[in-house]
Design a protein around this ligand. Sequence first.
Ligand code: ZN
Length: 287
Amino acid sequence: MLVNAKEMLIKARDGHYAVAQININNLEWTKAVLTTAQELGAPVILGVSEGAGKYMTGFKTVTAMVRAMDESLKITVPIALHLDHGTYDGCKKCVEAGFTSIMFDGSHFKIDENVEKTTELVRLAHDNGLSIEAEVGSIGGEEDGVVGAGEVADVAECQKIAALGIDFLAAGIGNIHGVYPSNWKGLAFDALENIHKGTNEIPLVLHGGTGIPEEMIKKAISLGVSKINVNTECQLTFAAATRKYIEDGGDQKSKGFDPRKLLNPGYEAIKLTCKEKFELFGSIGKA
Ligand SMILES: [Zn+2]
């Protein structure tokens, strides 16, 4: 059931669990996430970066695939189709293409410009029934070529953006996209607490969910994080399972080169990663 993400995240915040955003790259990814969510009764958000959207030949293709799969797989759990780290133009395209949720990442703009663009996109999103996420304080690591330094968001800036009527807020709390370096300092829980209290408890989003220790994830959820983004981890488990299949000679056995067989171990690996995340985030049975 394709819906916007507002209600599922308010339920998550009030119920002290987090909804996973799993980024998708192709049909196998989408099918793996939707099937697992349905099997486990978990709400889920399908994340699409602008790069992944382009790879799948455009946002309209993505919407058509997700809507059709929602129907053919008879998905009854709430799922949202969400633009991840959208540009101003990308957000507009996704509204037009039929996404149910967008993230506008204006974190690299000066706060006044971030406020101005976010204000406009909040109106556009809400007029069309979409939920909208905004970002304050860049998130470390690399996402589609944009490199952030892992900064911690300023509470006053978070308040400013939250007050614009956005539905959920991504605030940097020392989190990083991609694989965490060995000298990483960990999440800034004091900042998280202050942001949670200072923004009238707007549902908060933790980006860069891959490789954060489980205890830190649980603590972050207890302090108001309601959505956790997972991207790199599915890529790593998909690649490892595919590598194993080929190294074990799977593709050289009878019809093992059939793409449906070749891609199956990676598909199963994504399903397992989704299940592990839903368990860790507490979202199983919460649909
Ligand atoms: Zn992110």
